[in-house]
Design a protein around this ligand. Structure first.
Ligand code: ZN
Length: 320
């Protein structure tokens, strides 16, 4: 272990002591296994190496794209997974606008984001939400985080995306003979406080899973936020925003999309919009976003649940 990683390791234990969704034993077990198996846990690929980025059009993944290209000089192949039953037009528009904006400044390291159509939810699961969730207070409560926000938590979603990313990876191999071993997600420190599949623990477990299910020991799955080799602390959205500020071009904030709702403009009051506003403020970046409801107002949990159900299930009348 390098000198740099040693204090980070202690920091890890301290940091995760009070995080109920993190599992330090599991992280250490995976890291030990990977080290025994291939001699390292994570290695930042050399400049020009092709890597995959799971892109959503939000502040985290857009900042990650810019940092991977401008700071680490990697050939980044972004992929956007979209469920046709949950079209998320705002995200799609954001990805296209950002891609157009980055194309020239990224030069040869620019690669057009690819949209992959996948199904996040089984129809039967969707139906069981429809028929049972709204009348089961205990089930609704299981979706509320410590701060009382309703979290869109599709079981194990990041793990599913990592497996879908393997299809994208192989398609790049079929098409251009590219052999890609590293996949970046853009989860940040605070994501893992609310959602289990976005924890550091999940990130390490997924890396091991990919090695096992693909039968290839050099596959890496991680996020910039978590690697001791790269940064001194575990990063949050504001940290990624600050890091990307060190290189040009300036981030076109108003083109990114964070909102959980599917309106024409971002709502400005959902959990994700509030996090977005706070992170931009912390990073000292002017928020040029046009919000539907610019004045912050107290968000009613029931309304959040209602709107989310409507969005996921194309719910129409029951809550009108
Ligand atoms: Zn919103």
């Amino acid at each position: 272990m390098s000198k740099k990683q040693q204090p980070k390791k202690q920091q890890l234990k301290k940091f995760f002591r009070h995080k109920k969704l993190e599992n330090i034993q599991l992280i250490e077990g995976v890291e030990r296994t990977l080290t025994n198996n291939r001699g390292y846990v994570f290695k930042m690929p050399k400049p020009k190496t092709p890597v995959i980025l799971l892109l959503s059009g939000g502040l985290d993944s857009v900042s990650t794209w810019k940092i991977l290209v401008k700071r680490f000089k990697l050939n980044v192949y972004p992929v956007v997974f979209q469920d046709p039953k949950e079209p998320r037009a705002g995200e799609r528009r954001a990805v296209k606008d950002i891609a157009r904006y980055f194309k020239k400044p990224f030069g040869k390291l620019y690669h057009e984001p690819q949209f992959f159509t996948v199904s996040f939810l089984a129809n039967e699961y969707r139906r069981s939400f429809d028929q049972h969730l709204y009348k089961n207070p205990q089930a609704i409560a299981s979706f509320l985080d410590e701060r009382g926000y309703f979290n869109v938590d599709l079981p194990g979603l990041t793990g599913a995306l990592a497996l879908y990313a393997m299809q994208f990876r192989n398609s790049l191999f079929f098409k251009s003979n590219l052999k890609i071993n590293t996949i970046f997600s853009s989860v940040v420190r605070s994501d893992g406080e609310a959602v289990a599949h976005q924890t550091f623990t999940a990130s390490r477990a997924i890396m091991l899973m990919l090695n096992g299910v693909m039968g290839e020991k050099h596959l890496q799955f991680t996020s910039l936020a978590f690697e001791p080799e790269l940064f001194e602390t575990y990063l949050d959205t504001a940290d990624l925003l600050e890091l990307q500020k060190r290189t040009k071009p300036a981030l076109p904030v108003e083109k990114t999309w964070s909102c959980l709702m599917d309106y024409q403009h971002q709502c400005g009051v959902c959990r994700s919009c509030l996090n977005r506003k706070a992170a931009l403020k912390t990073a000292g970046i002017t928020d040029t976003t046009y919000y539907r409801q610019p004045l912050s107002s107290k968000v009613n949990i029931f309304n959040q649940v209602k709107q989310w159900l409507k969005k996921v299930l194309q719910y129409d009348r029951r809550f009108e």
